[in-house]
Design a protein around this ligand. Structure first.
Ligand code: CAA
Ligand code: NAD
Length: 286
């Protein structure tokens, strides 16, 4: 695929900065947009730290790391997406907020632009319905930490055109990831299985079955996962986990997806995991 395609990423948080980094590392020009300069500054620091790890490992050179950062243009203006071929949205997991961005992009972008959402669970069909060009909307679900994780779930809305699905699948391969295409369903494949496991681990803490530390150690030793479900919830962000569980619960209308009361309390307290410095473990700054 030609690297002449231009990419826009909306949201420079946990996922957005990783998506921008891997696209830029594959030589694509990237505009990274967020609401405030401090959010963009934090994203830059995260990308620098991630590239430094790869430098240390010897998987890229100093000039490649510098070129990657140079290809990413930060901005607080959504209008900057006007010339982009593909815009990948990675903002808060709320249907109405994502739909609002899609409506704005309809006004700002060229008629041929593709709108990909990194949503973790929301129906792409419902999201696409918010756009004047629903056939150009698709799910492009990256995994955290983006530079390390190989999978990208490609989710076709009922309205997505074949051409859009093909372009996004090719782009995924071009940035060194493995695309798996699925039809639209709440939580798609991975989060439909993963989020209930994290939620159930939180219920075990809530009911006093075992401590968070022990649950994580037991799951690592007993299932060979690289990290336990509670540490993974902290890595993902407990607000994101709650939003996924709520989408599954309401979407399938099935009580088996009921969010844990403790998960709700953690989010209400602002204990969101790594990004807030406290979740099921503490994460001192630095
Ligand atoms: N950028 C670049 N390199 C990174 C990195 C980053 N952000 N994070 C880790 N690495 C590299 C390190 O440099 C290190 O490389 P070497 O071993 O070659 O030196 C390697 O990854 C391992 O890192 P660490 O030793 O620090 O830590 P680790 O061995 O515990 O691995 C991990 C970290 C990759 C996060 C691993 O624990 C893991 O795979 N955890 C599970 C992650 C997972 O399941 N993610 C999916 C979440 S669900 C999701 O994303 C979907 C959703 O919608 C919520
Ligand atoms: P985050 O909270 O870390 O970052 C979201 C960023 O979006 C913030 O920097 C915020 O300032 C910005 N933002 C919010 N509203 C905006 C707007 N209107 N315009 C521009 N920027 C805006 O969230 P995240 O964890 O990166 O999640 C983003 C999306 O990716 C969600 O849909 C989430 O479900 C999905 N996702 C998350 C993970 C994960 O592990 N965290 C994995 C895969 C997918």
């Amino acid at each position: 695929m030609t690297t002449s395609l231009t990419i826009g990423v909306i949201g420079a948080g946990t996922m957005g900065n990783g998506i921008a980094q891997v696209c830029a590392a594959a030589r694509y020009s990237v505009i990274l947009q967020d609401l405030s300069q401090p959010a963009l500054d934090r994203a830059r620091q995260t990308m620098e730290a991630s590239l430094a790890r790869q430098l240390k490992k010897g998987t890229l050179t100093e000039s490649q790391a510098a070129e990657t950062l140079d290809r990413i243009q930060p901005t607080t203006e959504l209008q900057a997406m006007a010339d982009r071929d593909i815009v990948i949205e990675a903002i808060v997991e709320k249907l109405e907020v994502k739909a609002g961005i899609l409506r704005k992009l309809d006004e700002i972008c060229r008629a041929e632009a593709i709108f990909a959402s990194n949503t973790s669970s929301i129906s792409l069909t419902q999201l696409a319905a918010a756009s004047r060009q629903p056939e150009r909307v698709i799910g492009m679900h990256f995994f955290n930490p983006v530079p390390m994780m190989q999978l990208v779930e490609i989710i076709r809305a009922l309205q997505t055109s074949d051409a859009v699905a093909e372009t996004v699948t090719e782009l995924t391969r071009a940035i060194g990831k493995k695309p798996y295409v699925s039809n639209d369903s709440y939580g798609f494949v991975v989060n439909r299985l993963l989020a209930p496991q994290i939620n159930e681990a939180i219920n075990c803490v809530y009911e006093g079955v075992a401590t968070a530390e022990h649950i994580d150690e037991m799951m690592k030793l007993g299932t060979n996962n690289p990290m336990g479900p509670l540490a993974l919830g902290d890595l993902i962000g407990l607000d994101v986990v709650l939003n996924i569980m709520e989408t599954l619960y309401r979407g399938f209308d099935d009580p088996k997806y009921r969010p844990s009361p403790l998960l709700k309390q953690m989010v209400h307290a602002g204990y969101l995991g790594r990004k807030s410095g406290r979740g099921f473990a503490a994460y001192p700054p630095g």
